[in-house]
Design a protein around this ligand. Structure first.
Ligand code: ADP
Length: 549
């Protein structure tokens, strides 16, 4: 027997229409090269409708892919609603990818139009010949359009101006595709994820819960995480749904710009990857800003150092909340907030350890960790396993990609992250499966060794990779960048002595090599793939052969 409910589709259009009706004067602020831009939800609604009608006139049809190549600002937000609203698919391109990857993605997604910031035109101009299927470029600029070799080219502002304000968004099916994102390609060519309206609506509702990101109409929300990085983690949608004021930093991501904008707009919730907040933390040590409005800094994308969580709280009274997610998960997976009984009973140091874990799953995210044989490992906080997830905003396949086959295990998505899960359900990411060192049938976490080495006062950065070994299958090699002032004054022995006592003996790297720099990916993570290639022909020093017992 089925329930007797109205047939009311869960689509993103409702977010915009609700905000315009109930919070028409609430502000949306964007920091543009031409200055601070301010308007309201009523303006957003009006311009998004005009834009949608203009895009239809340009030939955009339901299901067509419309790409963006842009920073965070009000125009990008208009596209977030106009494109899915008319039944097309918004494809947010990562402006920091290598040019060849951008071309691969545009062609793979078969993007019909690309809407681009004028400041980013040069990147696309160089790629133009490779983008065969693109039928036009729409340029977002504050003043007159700059000269460009792209063709045909349209002015975004002219399209909005000529659009029809009486346009009404069509009724859509909630299972229709709304947005498309590609992974950042740390493991080969980027893979496409195609999110439905329903998935994004349910994701947004859960994200707003108090124990997840906890958003309310009273908040002032500033995503520093780019709108091209998994929908800025869903924050523009969440802020619109609840009717919160939004602040978008445009291309201004220097810690000083971020601090000034928080102060000026009285931001209450902001979010981004650890490097942004490490920069802000360093700045706040020497310059004064009034950040008293801030009640939460959401950090994710890579592991959040314990010292950062502790430092922000101790030195500036600011709360850092860690979240974990993936492009394949729209992206929210877990959030790390201590449960109330743990907060009441655990000593400070253990609470900090807990907050440095990646957290417990959000409602509707199911997770498990499995070993080499596909058996679920116990939630004991010790046993490592590969994390697998399922839920309503997790993809069931990659867009037109045979790599789907190896990404799923009996209905569960294989995250490629290796974790432990404690009895309270908190996960801790210890590594990615492909970066683990598999030594004599045991697993060694490259991430834990790296973090320990990076705590050495003479070390700037360190990465640990697996190198084939005749006896143990693989052994860890540490690749270390010394701080400038210690170049040539740091030895392998010092590093190994620093690590001994912190790990079982068989975990210790068999060799330590010093380099000038480590390769990084487009989103600033260590590029282990490139590093492994760099050390392809590395051979273990002879006396280390007996190494690891
Ligand atoms: P990519 O996988 O291409 O790097 P994503 O942005 O989808 O791009 O990154 C997802 C991965 O980032 C996760 O699988 C995980 O390894 C890592 N990650 C995300 N958040 C965290 C976090 N809080 N702690 C540790 N790792 C994280």
């Amino acid at each position: 027997m089925k329930g007797l409910m109205m047939d009311y589709p869960l689509t993103l259009t409702h977010f915009l229409e609700r905000a315009a009706k109930l919070f028409p004067r609430k502000e949306i602020v964007s920091q543009l090269p031409s200055g601070t831009h301010r308007y309201t939800y009523a303006d957003l609604h009006r311009r998004a409708r005009r834009l949608a009608s203009a895009l239809e006139r340009l030939g955009v049809r339901p299901g067509d892919r419309v790409a963006t190549f842009a920073w965070n600002h009000h125009r990008h937000l208009e596209l977030y609603f106009a494109v899915p609203g008319l039944g097309a698919v918004l494809h947010t391109l990562n402006i920091r990818l290598f040019p060849d990857q951008i071309a691969y993605i545009v062609n793979h997604a078969e993007d019909k139009l690309i809407v681009v910031d004028d400041s980013l035109l040069p990147v696309l101009e160089k790629l133009q010949d490779k983008l065969q299927g693109v039928q036009g470029y729409v340029v977002m600029a504050d003043g007159p359009l700059p000269e460009t070799t792209l063709a045909p080219v349209y002015s975004y502002e002219e399209l909005v101006e000529q659009g029809d304000e009486a346009y009404e968004f069509p009724r859509l099916d909630e299972d229709d595709a709304a947005i498309m994102c590609y992974t950042s390609g740390t493991t080969g060519n980027p893979k496409g994820c195609l999110y439905s309206h329903k998935a994004l609506v349910v994701h947004t509702l859960v994200e707003c819960l108090p124990d997840c990101l906890g958003l309310s109409e009273r908040d002032v929300v500033m995503p520093i995480v780019p709108m091209f990085h998994v929908n800025a983690w869903g924050l523009p949608f969440a802020a619109t749904l609840v009717g919160a004021k939004q602040v978008h930093p445009g291309p201004f991501l220097h810690p000083r710009d971020v601090a000034a904008l928080i102060q000026q707009e009285r931001v209450t919730i902001t979010a981004g990857v650890p490097t942004i907040w490490i920069g802000l933390y360093e700045l706040l040590k020497t310059e004064r800003y009034d950040l008293s409005s801030l009640r939460g800094i959401i950090v994710g994308g890579s592991a959040v150092p314990k010292s950062l969580i502790e430092g922000f709280e101790r030195d500036f009274g600011l709360q850092v909340v860690q979240a974990w997610g993936m492009t394949e998960m729209s992206p929210l997976g877990t959030v790390s907030r201590p449960k109330s009984h743990l907060e009441a009973t655990l000593p400070e140091e253990e609470l900090l350890e807990l907050r440095a874990k990646q957290g417990i799953p959000a409602p509707f995210v199911e997770l498990r960790a499995v070993d080499d044989q596909g058996r679920e490992v116990p939630w004991d906080g010790r046993t490592m396993g590969e994390l697998q997830v399922r839920g309503p905003w997790i993809i069931r396949e990659y867009y037109h990609d045979p790599r789907t086959r190896e990404a799923f295990d009996r209905g569960w998505f294989r995250t490629g992250d290796v974790v432990t899960i404690d009895p309270e359900g908190y996960i801790r990411i210890v590594d990615r499966t492909k970066d683990l060192v598999k030594s004599g049938g045991e697993w060694i976490s490259s991430v834990e060794l790296e973090n320990a080495i990076m705590a050495h006062p003479k070390v700037l950065e360190a990465a640990v990779i697996a190198i084939p070994h005749p006896k143990w299958q693989e052994r860890p090699l540490a690749v270390v960048v010394p701080k400038d002032e210690f170049k040539g004054q740091i030895t392998k022995r010092e590093i190994l002595e620093f690590l001994s006592g912190k790990f079982a003996k068989w975990w210790l790297p068999d060799d330590v090599v010093f380099v000038e720099r480590l390769p990084k990916t487009s989103v600033g993570k260590f590029d282990k793939k490139a590093l492994r290639k760099q050390f392809e022909s590395y051979t273990w020093p002879p006396r280390e052969e007996e190494g690891a017992d």
